[in-house]
Write a protein that binds this ligand. Structure first.
Ligand code: TYM
Length: 331
């Protein structure tokens, strides 16, 4: 049975991009695979964050996981920090990824470009090491992510190959990333040439926006003067993004979405995209509020941490042995 692992950072304000690119699809794996989904709270510390905000975001994310249809009986849901093996394996793996390759990571370059060196934490630079630890700790075969995380899975693959070459095949399992055909990169509604990201209030749809706000944001999404609804990322990025959102939500192809909206006026097209997003988010939010109210996420995270630890501790031991750390339990 394939092992599937993914995580999201609880840095607040999850967007429709996070939902379409990642969250919505996690449940698809739970019928056929062994699914591990976690809250990447240690990663959330790589940029300054208020402690209360972080705690609340982690709780929210747990509720989002459940609201998305992940079933805690089938999927293991946990916080990264509740499984100390992540940090322990990180301490080993950091010796096998190098300054040069880490400094070429797009995410690092983007996040640090406006920061002074004196303000960039080591954790931001070493981010992919911890992410590699997250992945290999569970011997993950498949890592479902949005396009912006592909580079991090690729560097994990480099690391795995490097470790296996040095310490023997089977030391670590080689993961593959999985991105969705439609919606692996949802763009900002206010500037459809840049990615929708958690820190872009104008161009974002946040998962907890009211339905009025969702509709307003979609109706005022930036488009073009051409007045035909067709997919053309280069010349019509705004319309292409809205077609992508619609197709991803309805789980149809871009061609099917294009065919449906052929001859539509932009206003009517946007109205139907907004209807589709609202039809998806409204029940999701309802379920989220129920979960927050009932606190059912707490036992899920407690049980999840236990199950995750069982797997993680075995992998950690295997790696500790492989690299030559003395096992004092082994007589
Ligand atoms: P994070 O929290 O930035 O994003 C969570 C997931 O959402 C995807 N995503 C998008 N997909 C489509 N369009 C967008 N505009 C968009 N924005 C974000 C991301 O690709 C991601 O899949 N480093 C990870 C968290 C992490 C992780 C891991 C993931 C830590 N350890 C191990 C997988 C495996 C992150 O910061 O994602």
């Amino acid at each position: 049975m394939a092992r599937i692992l993914s995580g999201i950072k609880p840095t607040g304000n999850l967007t429709l991009g996070n939902y379409i690119g990642a969250l919505k699809h996690f449940k698809d794996f739970q019928e056929t695979g062994e699914v591990f989904i976690f809250i990447a709270d240690l990663h959330a510390l790589t940029l300054p964050i208020d402690p209360t905000f972080l705690r609340n975001n982690s709780r929210d994310l747990a509720a989002f996981y459940l609201a998305s249809g992940l079933d805690p009986k089938k999927a293991t849901i946990f916080t990264q920090s509740s499984v100390p093996e992540h940090a322990e394996l990180n301490a080993i793996l950091q010796n096998y990824l190098y300054m040069g390759e880490l400094s070429r990571m797009t995410q690092f370059k983007e996040k640090s470009q406006h920061m002074k060196d004196s303000a960039i934490g080591l954790g931001l630079f070493a981010y992919p090491v911890l992410m590699a630890a997250d992945i290999v700790l569970y011997d993950a075969d498949i890592v479902p992510v949005g396009e912006d995380q592909v580079q991090h899975v690729e560097i994990t693959r480099d690391l795995v190959n490097r470790m296996n070459k040095r310490y023997g095949e089977g030391t670590l399992v080689l993961p593959n990333y999985k991105i969705n055909k439609v919606g692996a990169r949802i763009m900002s509604l206010s500037n459809p040439t840049v990615k929708m990201s958690k820190s872009d209030p104008k161009g974002d749809i946040f998962l907890l926006d009211s339905m009025d706000v969702v509709r307003k944001k979609i109706m005022s999404a930036v488009t073009d003067m051409d007045a035909t609804v067709r997919y053309d990322k280069e010349n019509k990025p705004g319309i292409s993004n809205l077609l992508t959102i619609y197709a991803a939500i309805k789980e149809i192809s871009i061609e099917e979405a294009e065919a449906k909206f052929a001859g539509y006026r932009y206003g009517d097209f946007k109205r139907e995209v907004a209807d589709a997003v609202i039809a998806e988010l409204e029940p999701f939010q309802k379920r989220y509020f129920e979960i927050i109210e009932s606190k059912e996420y707490l036992p899920v995270l407690q049980e999840g941490a236990k199950r995750a630890k069982e797997i993680a501790s075995k992998t950690l031991k295997r790696v500790q042995n492989a690299v030559g750390l003395l096992d004092i339990d082994d007589d």
